[in-house]
Design a protein around this ligand. Structure first.
Ligand code: PLP
Length: 374
């Protein structure tokens, strides 16, 4: 093998569905020397992260920790710890991430009742009510708060209320919502919630914050079977993150530095201001796209500000436009997934990527490219 050249990374503006750009301070945090995973200085950082995550999640839940792994590890943590073989769960599916939840829940040995809505629309509460009435007692009802494959903002309150009326836990995927739009775990009576670091939290991919309330933690303690995943078993994870400080697996040290700094930046800005920024920039981008004659995929009432989906103009070459954005302007946006492949673009204004200069640059770059393509 010939000698490798030194690592060189091209300059990019990340405006796809994740990962998002990361603030310089967060990158710097990762360059600090490593600490041992039981070093008192690292234990303090773990406490800082749990404390800051509670604020960002809007919860007092004691069991609030960043799991090792990306957002999907958060999803597996939720499903593997909530579900035992033979349990039933209702899952709302109107995009890729709802589908992924179904797959994960089935792998946990659960019977899954799927409630579907067309892509680009939200799950309606009356659909959940019908499924609850029809399928008898279920362990949980799960929905995706911000469906990144479609750009839909799923309303939560009514579905949570219905789940609780039927004695089910309310499980919410907040991977793309946390930090971008209000999640308010306690106010929305969410029992189990998980997220990821590389969307609106704007740290590199690698940790999955999760939070379980007391009811969910009780259920965890009263399980009849072991959690099928050793790595994601929250009972054991809690023994490390809680007061016992029992070794389970080595915490991703540098990632926890990054998360601490990323959360600190959000709280320094103020969580509400951070949401406001996403709302304002998202609106500006969406207005700009419409002014160019493009049509948005999702109707306004349930449209996310941080992840905009736009219909690809008839005659425009999907792949060529995205390649040109990357090569000529250094901008990454996302293509469509699944049903929407080749039909939409997905433009993210997630966390640190959510800046006025990025909105202006993207709009003019896109206009420039589309004009050239005729
Ligand atoms: C990105 C995403 C995930 C998966 O996260 P990974 O970090 O890619 O594992 C899950 N749910 C939603 C809604 C997402 O946007």
């Amino acid at each position: 093998m010939s000698q490798m050249k030194e690592l060189s990374i091209p300059s990019r503006i990340l405006m796809g569905p994740g990962p998002s750009d990361v603030a310089p301070a967060v990158l710097q945090a990762m360059a600090y020397p490593l600490l041992g995973h039981l070093d008192p200085a690292f234990l303090t950082i773990m406490n800082d992260n749990m404390e800051q995550l509670r604020v960002v999640f809007g919860t007092k839940n004691r069991l609030t920790v960043p799991m090792s792994g990306t957002g999907s590890a958060g999803m597996e943590t939720a499903m593997a710890n909530v579900l035992e073989p033979g349990d039933s769960i209702i899952i709302g599916v109107c995009g890729v991430f709802g589908q992924r939840m179904v797959d994960v829940a089935q792998r946990c040995g659960a019977t899954v009742h799927v409630v579907e809505a067309p892509w680009g629309e939200e799950i309606r509460a009356d659909q959940i009510r019908e499924a609850l009435d029809k399928n008898g007692p279920v362990k949980a009802v799960a929905v995706v708060h911000a469906e990144t494959s479609t750009g839909v903002w799923q309303p939560l309150a009514e579905i949570g209320r219905l789940a609780h009326e039927h004695g089910a836990l309310f499980v919410v995927d907040a991977v793309t919502s946390l930090g971008g739009i209000p999640v308010d775990v306690d106010a929305n009576e969410i029992d189990v919630c998980y997220s990821g670091t590389q969307k609106c939290i704007s740290a590199p991919p690698g940790l999955a914050p999760v939070t379980f309330n007391e009811k969910a933690a009780d259920m965890l303690r009263n399980r009849k079977t072991k959690v099928q995943s050793w790595y994601l078993d929250l009972g054991m994870i809690q023994s490390y993150w809680g007061s016992e400080r029992l070794y389970h697996h080595t915490a991703p040290i540098s990632m926890n530095y990054a998360l601490r700094e990323a959360l600190r930046l959000i709280l320094e800005e103020g969580l509400e201001n951070c949401h406001k920024r996403h709302e304002t920039m998202g609106r500006a981008l969406q207005d700009g796209l419409e002014a160019m004659g493009l049509t948005l995929t999702v109707r306004e009432e349930v449209r996310l500000p941080q992840l905009t989906t736009v219909n690809i103009l008839a005659g425009a070459d999907d792949a060529a436009v995205r390649t040109q954005l990357l090569e000529d302007f250094g901008i990454e946006i996302g293509g469509g997934l699944g049903v929407f492949k080749g039909k939409i673009w997905r433009i993210g204004l997630l966390g640190h990527s959510c800046q006025a200069k990025n909105v202006v640059l993207l709009l003019s770059a896109l206009e420039n490219i589309l004009k050239k393509q005729g």
